[in-house]
Design a binder for this molecule. Structure first.
Ligand code: PLZ
Length: 452
């Protein structure tokens, strides 16, 4: 019996689906571990909320002090099927007892092939596809660029303002925001060019107008014939859940097609039911030449993928793609378990329901407090942008104040945005409606208190 909790407050994996604080957050045990962490772990590794987790399931995270927090982050859009989802756990346990590793480029195993088949089936477009598996989103982005360059015999890579693609050297260069991702870490890889992003609540432009501007710049400054790939998040994640105006993405796809450019959708954060569709590209009916996935694919185990047109994916010489752990059999088993849950439980419908519940309640907070200029996002990927009252001036201080107050009251929320003024919500799609409503009540109270 699989318990996904929606519409019920039944315990999941024995964990009550209720917020419950028994100490301050973080509590004494977490604080003691934090002291050990400081003397053992690099100071370069940050943390949103320094509690130490003992168990997690459904929409609840339990820390070592016994506090139960509502998980409005899913470990940054990863555990959409719930933490330690039963079907993921079972498949991982079966696989880990059989064999843990062969290296897919040494000897093969079926799970890898099955994950590629699922990706080819679920991603947009009915053309012939191939996939390759990797360990992390950034590694998959790097490989998408490698494949696009090798296929087109061109070098330029186009990315967008506010975009985020990872922390490796190439993907840092592709990422827009300097602090904390890039400061002091250069030099960065060459041949990366950043174009203006459609950002309707700020630029006021229709999608086609914003696209025309970006396309004109590509033509004039780069030369369309020199561009290997256009890489874009169909809804930006770290950049602040920026949803481009309708028509922006289709125009870019059209431009790419006309000019032999590989159009790459980075769906690392938006993929796998997060936005109420299997992939966010589907909201605008676009069919990317290549699609990058990670995070939500495997319910918490490290796995990432590049899926694309067969002729592009097969243009790389055998041996050109790989990696010791890429497509690890345990991660593949987890992915097959996650995908089975998404299909059987219709997590797209659950994500859409989350949007339906969240947007009006967040809009009411916006109307009541006057510090939220925009409520946006799709499905279970929703954010509010926070500004100084009566202006469009970003207010990172208020954003952090509200986030910290939510944490102290048992709701784990995350921030985002180039200006640090976006509070973002990425609940597991399996979260019960009662839990979601409780989280929203806490969020509302913290906004009221912070703005009083
Ligand atoms: N592309 C669109 O959102 C990862 C970063 C967490 P990796 N975003 C979360 C952090 O602080 O490092 C991300 C993404 C998009 C690529 C990536 C990179 O994925 O699995 O973190 O490498």
């Amino acid at each position: 019996m699989f318990m996904t909790a929606s519409n019920s407050s039944a315990p999941v994996n024995g964990i009550a689906q209720e917020r419950n604080l028994v100490t301050a957050v973080p509590g004494p045990k977490s604080l003691a571990l934090q002291a050990r962490r400081t003397s053992a772990v690099s100071g370069g590794v940050g943390v949103a909320l320094p509690i130490y987790v003992e168990r997690a399931a459904g929409g609840i995270v339990v820390d070592i002090d016994g506090n139960s927090l509502i998980d409005m982050g899913s470990g940054i859009a990863v555990t959409g099927v719930g933490n330690a989802a039963e079907e993921v756990v079972t498949r991982v346990q079966e696989q880990v007892a059989k064999f843990t590793h062969t290296c897919f480029t040494v000897t093969h195993y079926e799970g890898y092939v099955e994950v590629c088949e699922a990706l080819n089936r679920l991603t947009p477009g009915d053309h012939e596809k191939r996939s390759a598996l990797f360990n992390s989103g950034a590694e998959a982005v790097e490989n998408a660029v490698k494949i696009a360059r090798s296929h087109t015999k061109r070098q330029m890579v186009v990315v967008f303002e506010h975009g985020y693609h990872g922390r490796t050297n190439l993907t840092m260069g592709m990422t827009a925001k300097n602090i904390p991702y890039k400061e002091g870490f250069g030099p960065f890889a060459p041949e990366i060019y950043r174009m203006p992003m459609s950002n309707p609540s700020h630029d006021g432009l229709a999608g086609a107008e914003a696209a025309a501007h970006a396309i004109s710049k590509m033509n004039k400054e780069l030369g369309a014939g020199n561009i290997a790939a256009i890489v874009i998040e169909p809804i930006q994640g770290e950049g602040g859940f920026v949803v481009p105006a309708t028509g922006f993405l289709p125009e870019l796809v059209k431009f790419a097609k006309e000019n032999g450019i590989v159009f790459v959708a980075d769906e690392v954060q938006t993929g796998f039911c997060r936005t109420g569709q299997w992939f966010a590209s589907e909201h605008e009916g676009i069919v990317p030449d290549m699609i990058i996935t990670a995070k939500g694919i495997a319910g918490g185990l490290p796995l990432a993928a590049v899926t694309g047109r067969a002729e592009i994916m097969d243009s790389v010489a055998a041996g050109g793609l790989g990696g010791t752990y890429a497509g690890n059999p345990i991660a593949c088993a987890a992915a097959l378990g996650s995908i089975a849950v998404m299909e059987r439980e219709d997590l797209n419908a659950k994500a859409r329901r989350i949007e339906e519940i969240m947007k009006p309640r967040l809009q009411k907070i916006a109307d009541d407090t006057g510090v939220i200029c925009d409520v946006r996002g799709r499905g279970a990927m929703i954010a509010v942008e926070i500004v100084k009252k009566g202006s469009m001036e970003p207010d990172a201080e208020m954003t952090n104040k509200v986030a910290k107050a939510c944490h102290a009251n048992g709701v784990l929320v995350l921030t985002a945005g180039t200006y640090g003024n976006v509070l973002r919500f990425l609940p597991p799609m399996v979260m019960s409606e009662q839990l979601l409503e409780d989280a929203l009540t806490i969020i509302e109270q913290q906004f009221k208190e912070a703005t009083a």
